[in-house]
Ligand binder design. Sequence first.
Ligand SMILES: O=C(O)CC1=CCC(=O)O1
Length: 280
Amino acid sequence: MSPTQRPVRGGDFEVKFADIGGVTLHFDHRPTAGARHLVFINSLGTDFRIWNAVTEALGDDVSTLVYDKRGHGLSDLGATPCSIEDHVDDLSGLIDHLGIVDVVLCGLSVGGLVAQGFYARRPEMVSGMVLCDTAHRIGTRESWNARIATIEKNGIGAIADAVMKAWFTPAFHERRASELAGCRNMLSRQSVAGYAATCVALREADYTAAAASIAVPTLCVAGDRDGSTPPALVRSLADLIPGSRFEIIEGAGHIPCVEQPAALVSLLRDFMAALPSGNR
Ligand SMILES: O=C(O)CC1=CCC(=O)O1
């Protein structure tokens, strides 16, 4: 596809896959000539459709890349155990495969850890970061081990009620029942092996020391009702990153791109507009 062509959503939609170091990754790349790349990195238990409303609203103003991280959606799991650094390998390989040389990363939850890992490895590629409902360290060894034990015994469905409470506000539960059901299906239909492998990666990840070296514009964002990485935790990440900004999205849980996409888009647009121009 030439950089000026964009597949129309729902029209000539192309399913795209790439073999990155032996791991097949499922992605959707919508380049616009001259527009900076915004690369979205998913949270645990989700596939790239969570960004649909956001990329739709951004339209042709930015180039976008979404992908299913290993072990999720239509992407392979690869070898286990895996670490955040393996996820960084995937992202790095996919970006190179597509010939992208300058990115703004938008990482949600574990995706925010992948963004921090990518920045630590390839800072020259990154013009800015939006770290959404994430932290330098998420959960505890005990909490991840307990979650892994539960899903390996009883399946992901066994944790779905608790996860939906963390992902979405009570208002979403009350008023957006079909979206809630769809998101619950998305979570429950991830593979146990892929989900558990990502829990292991989360359990072992600690980017506390790396945060002080982040030297690009960074916006940390939290849903005000996030039940997984609450605003105070996201704020503690922002406090570690020199010069970063912290914003709260009202009326959102852990997944603002689904619950409050317009608010996230507005923050993303302002953030992108304020960046110095770089290589595109
Ligand atoms: O689904 C959850 O429990 C919330 C979450 C923690 C890490 C992540 O990526 O999502």
